[in-house]
Ligand binder design. Structure first.
Ligand SMILES: N[C@@H](CCC(=O)N[C@@H](CS)C(=O)NCC(=O)O)C(=O)O
Length: 182
């Protein structure tokens, strides 16, 4: 049984907020298809991305989808302290995206810098940890921002190297789609 992800254009033109979910599914190596929003026949949802899972979950809200799926897919920390911090980072990543969208902080450099300093601190905390769902939420936005100076943000630089090498990131990149509509 396959997962079905729902997003604008079925992700044939851009990946938007579905990118983090695509990375999760690619990292897990599970079968999935992507359909347009009007194909969704699940329980109430306000806006895509939405998901239908083989075990009957139908839901929206990208960070909640990541949290709901990651446990079964083996992509959530097991340690309760790390698990709690991953939830925080996932929601931080979603907030950062909402604030950056759609011009990726072009008009708000001071907010970009505040977010990047926060991400640096968070990535330092998880430097030794394997990639998990919270990384995919953050990478969805971080990949759109010009890379920070390696001297100023060593933890972020190491984090980029770790996450860009992941199967999930590589699977999303292989689709050769922009994150934001062109
Ligand atoms: N908090 C939601 C935001 C969902 C959202 O804003 N989806 C956009 C596309 S990225 C949309 O389709 N919006 C239509 C609407 O709000 O009516 C999430 O993270 O999934």
């Amino acid at each position: 049984m396959s997962y079905t992800l729902y997003y604008h254009t079925g992700c044939t033109a851009f990946t938007g907020r579905a990118g983090c979910i695509i990375m999760l599914l690619e990292e897990a190596g599970v079968p999935y298809t992507i359909e347009a929003p009007d194909a969704y026949d699940g329980t109430a949802m306000f806006a895509v991305p939405a998901i239908k899972t083989p075990d009957g979950i139908t839901m929206s809200q990208a960070p909640a989808i990541l949290m709901a799926l990651a446990q079964n897919l083996g992509l959530a920390p097991q340690d309760p302290i790390k698990a709690a911090k991953a939830m925080q980072l996932c929601l931080d990543g979603a907030d950062m995206l909402s604030e950056a969208w759609p011009k990726v902080f072009a008009e708000k450099p001071e907010r970009r810098d505040k977010w990047l300093a926060h991400m640096e601190a968070c990535f330092a905390l998880r430097a030794e940890d394997p990639v998990d769902y919270a990384d995919f939420m953050c990478m969805q936005t971080m990949n759109e921002i010009p890379p920070p100076s390696t001297d100023a943000m060593p933890a972020t630089t190491a984090w980029y190297a770790k996450v860009t090498a992941s199967k999930g990131f590589q699977g999303l990149q292989a689709k050769k789609l922009p994150m934001i509509p062109q």
